[in-house]
Design a protein around this ligand. Sequence first.
Ligand SMILES: [Zn+2]
Length: 398
Amino acid sequence: MGMLITGIGELVTCDDTLDGADHSESLGILRDAAVIVGRDPETNESSVQWVGLAAKAPAADWAIELGGHAVLPGFVDSHSHLVFAGDRSAEFAARMTGQSYDGGGIATTVAATRAASDDQLRTLLRARADEMRSQGTTTVEIKSGYGLTVHDETRMLRLASEITTEVTYLGGHVVPPGTASGERSAYVDLVTREMLAAALPYAKWIDVFCEPASPHAFDAEESRQILSAGVAAGLGVRVHGNQLAPGPGVQLAVEFGAASVDHCTYLSSSDVDALVGAQETTVATLLPGVEFSTRSPFADARALLDAGVSVALATDCNPGTCYSTSMPFVIALAVREMGMTPAQAVRAATLNAAKALRRNDIGVVRVGSRADLAVLDAPSYLHLPYRPGVPIAKALEV
Ligand SMILES: [Zn+2]
């Protein structure tokens, strides 16, 4: 058998069915635990082969001893925009002195990204993905959306597919800078036809920035056209909704059976009702790093959880509204600013984030799941929000 990981002081499994685990916080916690991981010779994928108390662990080919540290499922960052060039630190500084965000700064990133070579973008992308892994993230979703031409969107998606299978076509991010108001529908046509066709070899998902409050983003009818075309082409649906103001994003996501609607900062009671009704299908993914970096009100996670909505957490790593790759930072914000318990935040960053990608092989530690684990330089998951800004989490290399 494969490798025995022992000396796990606290193992967070997120497995609600694990015998003998502490299920009081819905994290399926085992203490003094061990895990055996092994590689499937056919797929070359590592998976979990055994989970239990260290005292009962079977023999393995070799072992590592973690000295009482906590282990949990590797974080699933289900919303990122990692392929881009340039930065917008000046825009951030201006915002901190009172300027508001309306999505217009995306044009800066579009220009820099179009001007960068594939190799330049690849180097930047890999550095960001490595940065994520060094903080415990083992799966990342990556969107296009800074190309906005057939050529540049395809390039972004191809580069993203070198890093992850969770690739999202976001030609409907913003209307390209300089587009006249009478030409918006021509851009939507491009997004739903030629650009979509070029995206299909790489993309698993389609997404749209549905935000009528922004002149740069898309209204309900434009968003519906874009999502319909993606569904017809076989893509799964994700939506950027209700970030800047109340709007149609959540209702549209539920209407389309989206895997996730992301942001959910401004929700009406009927939006919450719709998410409760869709809790088996559509996850509300909250992105508190955005509210932090744009100095906006935080989403009301407490109300969503109390109502019974499935809630996930992600970074939204992007150069405009949250240039952070850190899921531990997001967990700390969710606990401090959005009323989530530490356990709820960890579950939202693992199991529920996997659900937001329609995956059941990640975000959980159980026999058969991928051997995607994070280890903390700490005895308990509680240290994630308790020690903000301290690099205690990393992906466990197995
Ligand atoms: Zn986003």
